[in-house]
Design a protein around this ligand. Sequence first.
Ligand code: NAD
Length: 250
Amino acid sequence: MDVDRVADLLAAHRRVVVLTGAGVSTASGIPDFRGPQGVWTRDPEAERLSHIQTWLAEPDVRRRVWRQRLAEAATRPAPNPAHHALVELERLGRLELLVTQNTDGLHLEAGHEPERVVEIHGTNRRVVCLECGHLQDMDEVLERVAEGDHDPHCERCGGLLKAATVSFGQPLSPRQLARAHEAAADAELFLALGSSLTVFPVAELPRVAADAGARLVIANAEPTPFDHVADAVLGEDLALLLPALVERLR
Ligand code: NAD
């Protein structure tokens, strides 16, 4: 049984590094991109909206996205049992680093120590000015949208504002990427959770860990391109699987 095997691996290794993707947040009501109900599976045109060029060139898209963010702010998703289980893993002293591709901010909201989390694709809880780099809370900007500023610009320099996420066509932070690589190379056990492992360079982290000698566990509802290098592959729902695994550790 792979679940028993993974429970044994967790019990036997202390330096655990975790990579999460959109599948960790689906139980919070946030659709993934490439799963059967994913945003891009249902509407391939939606992928275009994730490119920085679209944001820079299309004021209509910006207005639509700000409006949508404002509408969604009233019913913000909450962390689910998968997020809480990973916080428990940290409290048990087993989590070295959590690298997340998610931009929803739910890992930090669940209660991790911020220095144990790398939000490698940024966060939509904050907004950045693309000219001067000024950062502010999303809610501050949404207040302006609610007051009728439908394409808000930076109050300091007039530059274009965008959620502080990494869109396609934007570079990842070299410092954060280096930290994720170092942790992967130094891990005893690497868990890749809820990710299709198709967005590079993050998707190469499981292989970096395995090549450096870590045991590799992949838990995802669908097959990934790295399943063949993993020590164990699990397809269970993460909101059930992770609490069960962490419970066994106690
Ligand atoms: P992805 O959509 O490519 O893959 C998610 C995978 O999770 C799918 O293969 C799906 O089968 C699996 N999955 C869904 N629910 C699951 C569950 N309950 N249990 C187990 N597996 C489950 O997502 P990705 O690999 O993270 O890459 C998508 C990119 O899009 C990332 O860069 C991320 O920044 C962004 N994204 C973020 C969010 C978010 O912040 N919540 C949501 C969608 C996309």
